[in-house]
Design a protein around this ligand. Sequence first.
Ligand code: PEP
Ligand code: MN
Length: 339
Amino acid sequence: MVVVMQEGSTEEQIQHVIDKLVAMGFDVHRSTGATHTVLGAVGVLTDFDPRHIELLDGVREVVRITQPYKLASRVFRPEGTVVDVGKGVRFGGPEVVVAAGPCAVESAEQVQAIAERVARLGAKLLRGGAFKPRSSPYTFQGLGEQGLKLLRQAADKNGLLVVSEVMDPSQISLMVSYVDVLQVGARNMQNYHLLRALGEVSKPVLLKRGMSATIEELLLSAEYIMAGGNYNVILCERGIRTFETYTRNTLDIAAIPVIKKLSHLPIIADPSHGTGRRDKVSPMARAAVAAGADGLLIEVHHDPEHALSDGAQSLYPDQFAQLMAELRIIAPAVGRRIA
Ligand code: PEP
Ligand code: MN
């Protein structure tokens, strides 16, 4: 349930409504919009008469949210959420934000070479895994903390922010000292212990859609994080499993406008994992921006033939340069801009 307060309702009135809701057994989440305050009341009450709240001073209306996700629903924040990840970089605003970098951090030289190129071309975040969720236990698993250090150093040197994947709640305390955005990978989208733990963190979370997850399941996973009090969630469409085998996954571009309608959270696209093929990354990146994506997550490698993971889907820096130039033409056509 969402309680929409009247424009100009006083702090006292708002607090009174919050107290009432809490006394009824609800968890209350407050969203202060440009014109009015919205209170999200979540809980498992069965017999509740909304008139008890509707008639309180300062209340405009009480809206029952019929979807199973509440705080992630657009009703909670009709104007949309802008997630500020630091240094003035915002997901969900007019700018389409690009995060680029290698699949995995491999060495100081590698991550520095890539960071320098993507920063110059307009990326705002450096991506790279230090803890890698690999399908096979015999492949490169990432450099761990050393990888985080290298990522941070390369990012700082080039004026970038850092996004990297957290695989387990036990890694959170280590990771928050190195990264600006905590990524939850597709394989962990329904790791509810991890999601709950991230609800208690003050850093933004990039939540990827599971490869067999519906849009509703993705939004319910976001709800887990938000229910813990962390509203800074960025969603990511990264392709789903279908019967098609030509591409690694099927990038569900339609999920972008669908999620825009259902939720207030920013949604970005990852055409690298979404296609698995370098030659298909740029066309899908262009499509995602045209469809309204708030950002992109793109794998770029200076020497993809020798990459320790996902070389085949990593763009050469020159291809990334070309893509950024194209996006600078597409973004304004859909009312956005790009660095
Ligand atoms: C990644 O972005 O590094 C990654 C492992 O992606 P996904 O979780 O989407 O497979
Ligand atoms: Mn990868």
